[in-house]
Design a protein around this ligand. Structure first.
Ligand code: PEP
Ligand code: MN
Length: 342
């Protein structure tokens, strides 16, 4: 349930409402919107509580939220959430592009890629230091050395970095290096990890579990939000279907659907969803046309020798061309151009 405060309510009214909620052993989470201030009531609520809270001074109404996810729902927060990373805004009109290799492999690979994606107009650098691999014999990432190389690439190019955190114990360390923490598809229901990133005060991108419904995905985001971290980005990265020609199936309808259900920014990953280089550019364009707030794309200096996911990586040349086309689609939709001068 959410408590909607009156427009002219005071701080004392708000404290009174929070106190009453907490007095019942429940959690109160305040969201100060442009239009109104609302207080989310988290925990096992009950019908009589609605009447009780509605009588408190400063309260306009108490609304029951039918969905199991509360803080991530549009009902809780009607206006779009904008996640800020430095001066980059994710969740607004501008299409924000995150690009880089699947995995950090070497200093040369990381720095070359960082400069090239920046030149092509990318806003944020990606690179995995901790890699979830289906086989324990595959390359599992450079670990902390990889984080250091990401930090070096940020220092040189000015691009903020996004990287995956796989375990609860690593959250503090990864948060020291990353500008955005990524929760991978395979960890999208690792509830302890979601709790842990909820305590961090840095943006978190929650990828969709490849077998997760919208509800399960939004509940994953709810873990992070209910931990007190409001800077959550969602990422559609494809789901498992009966089709085997593509790696996963990119669920494009998720983009407008999630925008209906939630106020959180939604970006698209055309790389992991298709698994094939030639399918990535058209899915980049389709994602923007469907309304994605941004993209995360794998780019490698030499996909043929990539230590991870080479088959879906774009070369610098194809990435650059794709960014040009992306600009045209964004412009046709009246959205900001992404190409930046270096
Ligand atoms: C990734 O982005 O590096 C990744 C492993 O993606 P996913 O979790 O979506 O498979
Ligand atoms: Mn990858």
């Amino acid at each position: 349930m959410i408590v909607v405060m009156q427009r002219d309510s005071t701080q004392a009214h708000l404290e009174g409402v929070k106190g009453r909620i907490e007095g019942h052993g429940l959690k109160a989470q305040v969201s100060e919107g442009v239009e109104r201030t609302v207080v989310g009531v988290l925990g096992q609520t009950y019908r009589e509580l609605k009447d009780e809270l509605e009588l408190l001074p400063g309260v306009s109404e108490v609304v029951l939220i039918s969905k199991p996810y509360k803080l991530s729902s549009r009902e809780f927060k009607p206006e779009d959430t904008i996640v800020k990373v430095g001066d980059i805004s994710i969740g607004g009109d501008e299409v924000v592009v995150m690009a880089g290799p699947c995995a950090v492999e070497s200093e040369k690979q990381m720095l070359t890629t960082a400069w090239e994606v920046k030149k092509a107009g990318a806003h944020i650098l990606r690179g995995g230091a901790f890699k979830p691999r289906s086989s324990p014999y595959s390359f599992r990432g450079m670990g902390v050395q990889g984080l250091q190389l990401l930090a070096k690439a940020r220092e040189e190019t000015g691009l903020p970095v996004i990287t995956e955190v796989m375990s609860t114990e690593d959250v503090g360390m990864v948060a020291q290096y990353a500008d955005i923490l990524q929760i991978g598809s395979r960890n999208a229901q690792n509830f302890n990890l979601l709790d842990a990133v909820g305590k961090v005060r840095k943006p978190v991108m929650v990828k969709r579990g490849f077998a997760a419904s919208y509800e399960e995905w939004l509940l994953a985001a709810e873990y992070v939000l209910s931990g007190g971290n409001s800077q959550v980005i969602l990422c559609e990265r494809g789901i498992r279907t009966f089709e085997t020609a593509t790696r996963f199936t990119l669920d494009l309808a998720a983009i407008p659907m999630i925008k209906n259900l939630s106020h959180l920014p939604i970006i698209s990953d055309p790389s992991h969803s298709t698994g094939k280089t030639n399918l990535v550019p058209p899915m980049v364009l389709a994602s923007v046309a469907a309304g994605a707030h941004g993209l995360i794309v794998e780019v490698h200096p030499d996909p043929a020798t990539a230590m991870c996911d080479g088959a879906q990586a774009l070369t610098f040349e194809i990435f650059n061309q794709t960014m040009g086309q992306l600009n045209d689609v964004a412009a046709a939709l009246g959205r900001g151009r992404v190409k930046v001068a270096v």
